[in-house]
Design a protein around this ligand. Structure first.
Ligand SMILES: [Zn+2]
Length: 376
């Protein structure tokens, strides 16, 4: 399901194609997040127009609301339910249980938690999470994993890893059963091991033994300093088989994405570009632009003069600032569109740079403009 097209000569960066049930996906790829089966403030047509071939949705949220009964009864899965005709990756809910729900309790069996919406109690096992993602008809589904935060002591991280490995083999087994009954989606495992290199190695071996369709590097971007992120992404990526797609969850800033690509990571997702948009920040070549600022009140230029998106073609910063100040819904729609267009363009250019064997130069120049040049 994964074909590597070209590897950059100087770095580990590579381009490829993921062959999935709802079409091919060019990698490296950034996947916008549609938590509730909608990328906030954007229509599916907007996302097709920008060129996205895959989006992410959150199992935890969909399981609690609307619930599997409604999805199962009213549709043949998430594509049918939401009208999105291209691919869906769904996460396993592990991270949301870890970060959102109260009173979670992890055992060998699974994870017990209370809903952050109504306090109701639930138990999710690795098998149940596979079955939920089959109901969602996910093109890529993730195993239920045990997340640990930055600063977790060694013994606790080791214990979490053991549980994670046990859950992985059970999830894989259930996925194989579902495949034999006609489910077409792929299955990704998640490596953990916190910030301990020997645990990262144990985890990578367990994941390789399970032979999933792809591998996510979990437990990164969980509050650690950037140097540690850089060290562990390169250490972990090097432990993984070359021919499987690699995915780092929850990274959305250009420096982290480009660093991940440099280390041979193929897939990313993050709420950041759309969340920033709703808070008044537009992404540009020269870094984020805060459209609420007084100095744009009379500015007739678009958000980014070099951007080819429909927002930059049609609207001025002065108008955008006015929309923000007036709390108009259109503001979120337009800036979310522009921000995703911007990030999609950054990744598309990264793919071209890899194919021209000049990714390191592209990364250097992009980051110099983004973090050092400053807004005019
Ligand atoms: Zn634009």
């Amino acid at each position: 399901m994964f074909i590597i097209k070209h590897k950059d000569m100087e770095t580990q960066a590579r381009t490829g194609t993921l062959r999935l049930p709802h079409g091919d996906v060019s990698t490296p790829v950034f996947m916008p997040v549609g938590t509730n089966a909608t990328v906030k403030a954007l229509t599916n047509d907007d996302l097709y127009e920008i060129g996205f071939e895959i989006i992410l949705s959150n199992t935890y949220h969909l399981y609690l609301r609307p619930g599997m009964d409604i999805i199962k009864t009213t549709s043949s899965g998430l594509h049918d339910f939401s009208g999105w005709r291209r691919n869906y990756l769904t996460d396993s809910g592990g991270f949301q249980i870890f970060s959102l729900s109260a009173l979670r309790k992890i055992s060998e069996e699974g994870v017990k938690f209370r809903s952050h919406i109504d306090g109701s109690e639930h138990l999710l096992s690795p098998e149940k999470v596979v079955d939920i993602q089959v109901i969602l008809n996910s093109d890529i589904q993730m195993q239920l994993d045990v997340c640990t935060s930055y600063g977790t002591p060694y013994k606790k991280a080791l214990q979490a890893l053991h549980t994670n490995n046990g859950w992985l083999s059970r999830a894989k087994q259930r996925w194989l059963e579902q495949r034999s009954e006609g489910y077409a989606g792929e299955f990704f495992a998640i490596t953990q091991g916190n910030f301990y290199k020997d645990l990262r190695e144990i985890s990578a071996r367990a994941v390789i033994d399970a032979s999933p369709s792809g591998i996510a590097i979990g437990g990164l971007s969980v509050g650690e300093p950037p140097e540690l992120f850089a060290e562990y992404i390169s250490f972990t990526a090097a432990l993984l088989p070359y021919d499987k797609p690699r995915y780092v969850m929850g990274i959305g800033t250009p420096d982290y994405i480009l660093l991940a690509i440099e280390n041979g990571v193929d897939m990313f997702d993050c709420v950041l570009p759309t969340r920033l948009a709703r808070n008044g920040q537009a992404l540009t070549r020269y870094g984020p632009l805060s459209l609420k600022k007084q100095n744009y009140a009379f500015d007739t230029r678009p958000i980014d003069e070099k951007c080819g998106c429909k927002v930059c073609k049609n609207y001025s910063r002065a108008y955008m600032r006015h929309l923000f100040k007036s709390r108009e819904i259109l503001f979120s729609m337009l800036v979310s569109y522009h921000n995703l267009y911007f990030l999609h363009g950054m990744i598309k250019n990264a793919r071209h740079a890899i194919e021209d064997n000049c990714f390191a130069k592209y990364k250097r120049e992009f980051l110099k403009n983004y973090y050092e040049a400053g807004q005019e």
